[in-house]
Design a protein around this ligand. Structure first.
Ligand code: CA
Length: 508
């Protein structure tokens, strides 16, 4: 009797243990619920100044959270906020402290808490391919080949071809005294050596620190450059290690990589990171809207999505129009109706769309970089809180789009973005569904979005003409227009629609 009870108890314990173990392992690899977001990319320096020194700061950003909330977004990506000698912060000197121009660590935690109260997640830029040349690691490493930090960086050997350009086509070896070090972006951004286990440990320690402070994820700068192109697998292995580690700290951490390359190069990263920015889609949307011709986009999109899906079935795309490294979309498109169309396409695409601050009011800007990162325009003229970190060249005088002017105007670009974001997040199919592109004439862009048995048909008119669109269907639809106005005629396998200039119609 006693023996039998003992056995039953042991079997019971084994079952409990096995059950716990399997649910644990399942949780640690589940990253299928990372969609349903719309992110707003913010350059803190340019956003809102709380203390009148002209430089945007975290207290100012916190004060303006209601504005960000009013856009309807549920995520914020902050461009670098750590200590750095540069205005942009992509060369870090201290991964544990906030740039004093932006505020204190306490200000940041307060911002995080306030964002979370509003249901807004916050991801921060993590720049780990390189540090600043002023980072204590590098300063120490460069004192002598015998420094204990020497191996944190990559140093030329007698075999190194010092004149050979980097994968970016840039000069990549520099000498400040103790030897030639590798720096593919800029002499003041020495590349870290990821063959050194200590470096990997340092970077994971940084991630842990901020995740435990409440950060919801990271935007991973220069993710494809960790190792040179002939060592792609090593780069991928690093991101696997980093991704697994982050998920062990915070199981729903969101990781989005900057892999500025083709869909084929991006695809393998989706096995380890939740998302990668879709550069080809960005270029494709703008090109289609500018030319009024969607043929290239129609041709390319199925390839992109197939490539992604074949790599990782539950990938979440990260569509966008332009970011802080590109000329602003309004400078290219230069027309409010076309701009609305571009936003309509962006916000009906699969994945988590990213909107670059100022895009929603039609700010312009062209390179050099400072001028695509101009002070956010709260008022047409200078108003309290507006930053003056640089004198605007593009959003001033005759062309000065502002929140002040657009807030109350129901037809403004700002309110168009608000409405469209709300519509997207209110329709699960748009944020979580699959996409199938419909082959049709170049003046139109059409696609199905599907989620389980639910379907939506999205049709855009890329021209300024009233357009009759006729699309072949192999999907049954009810024929109810849920957005846009037009005339719809449905038959068994065809839909006929009349589209106003630059209009988007969404049919259930
Ligand atoms: Ca300030």
């Amino acid at each position: 009797m006693k023996g039998l009870r003992g056995k039953i108890l042991i079997i019971f314990l084994v079952i409990v243990l096995l059950f716990n173990f399997s649910s644990c392992t399942k949780q640690s690899v589940d990253r299928t619920k990372q969609d349903g977001m719309v992110f707003y990319e913010v350059f803190v320096r340019a956003f809102y100044d709380s203390d009148g020194d002209g430089i945007g700061d975290l207290k100012g950003l916190t004060q303006k959270l209601p504005y960000i909330k009013s856009l309807g977004v549920n995520g914020i990506w902050l461009m670098p906020i750590f200590k750095s000698p540069s205005y942009h912060g992509y060369d870090v000197t201290d991964y544990y402290n906030i740039n004093p121009e932006y505020g204190t660590n306490e200000d940041f935690i307060n911002f995080l808490n306030e964002a979370h109260k509003l249901g807004i997640k916050v991801i921060i830029d993590l720049v780990v391919n390189h540090t600043s040349s002023k980072h204590p690691w590098f300063l120490e490493a460069d004192t002598s080949p015998k420094s204990k930090f020497r191996d944190y960086y990559i140093w030329a050997t007698p075999d190194t071809k010092l004149n050979e350009p980097s994968a970016l086509g840039t000069k990549q070896w520099y000498n400040k005294g103790s030897g030639f070090y590798n720096a593919i972006f800029w002499s003041e951004m020495p590349d870290l050596n990821f063959d050194n286990k200590k470096v990997r440990k340092e970077i994971k320690k940084v991630a842990k620190y901020w995740l435990e402070k409440g950060v919801d994820g990271f935007r991973l700068d220069a993710a494809m450059h960790i190792y040179p192109p002939n060592r792609i697998q090593d780069t991928l292995n690093w991101w696997k290690e980093f991704g697994d580690y982050c998920r062990s700290i915070k199981k729903d951490v969101y990781l989005v990589g900057e892999v500025w390359s083709s869909e084929r190069a991006i695809a393998p990263y989706l096995k380890y990171l939740d998302s990668c920015f879709n550069f080809k889609l960005a270029e494709g949307i703008i090109d289609a809207v500018m030319k009024g011709d969607s043929s290239k986009l129609q041709y390319n999109l199925p390839y992109i999505y197939d490539e992604y899906k074949n790599s990782y079935k539950d990938y979440v795309d990260a569509p966008f129009l332009t970011n802080h490294d590109m000329d602003r979309v309004m400078s290219k498109i230069d027309d409010i109706n076309k701009m609305k169309l571009a936003a309509s396409i962006l916000l009906t695409m699969p994945g988590n769309p990213f909107i670059y601050y100022g895009e929603e009011i039609g700010m312009k800007g062209e390179k050099p970089d400072e001028y695509i990162r101009e002070p956010f325009k709260w008022g047409k003229e200078f108003i309290t809180g507006q930053t003056r970190w640089i004198d605007s060249e593009y959003n001033i005088g005759d062309y000065a789009p502002s929140v002040e002017e657009q807030d109350k105007d129901p037809n403004s670009l700002l309110n168009f973005y608000r409405d469209m974001i709300k519509f997207r997040l209110g329709n699960n199919i748009l944020s979580k569904g699959d996409i199938t592109i419909i082959e049709t004439k170049p003046e139109i862009l059409g696609y199905f979005r599907t989620l389980n048995d639910d379907k939506l048909l999205v049709i855009h008119n890329l021209t300024d003409n009233l357009l009759d669109a006729e699309l072949q269907l192999n999907n049954k639809l009810k024929g109810e227009i849920i957005r846009g106005d037009g005339l719809v005629q449905m038959t068994e396998n065809k839909v006929k629609v009349k589209l106003k200039p630059y209009a988007t119609v969404i049919i259930k």
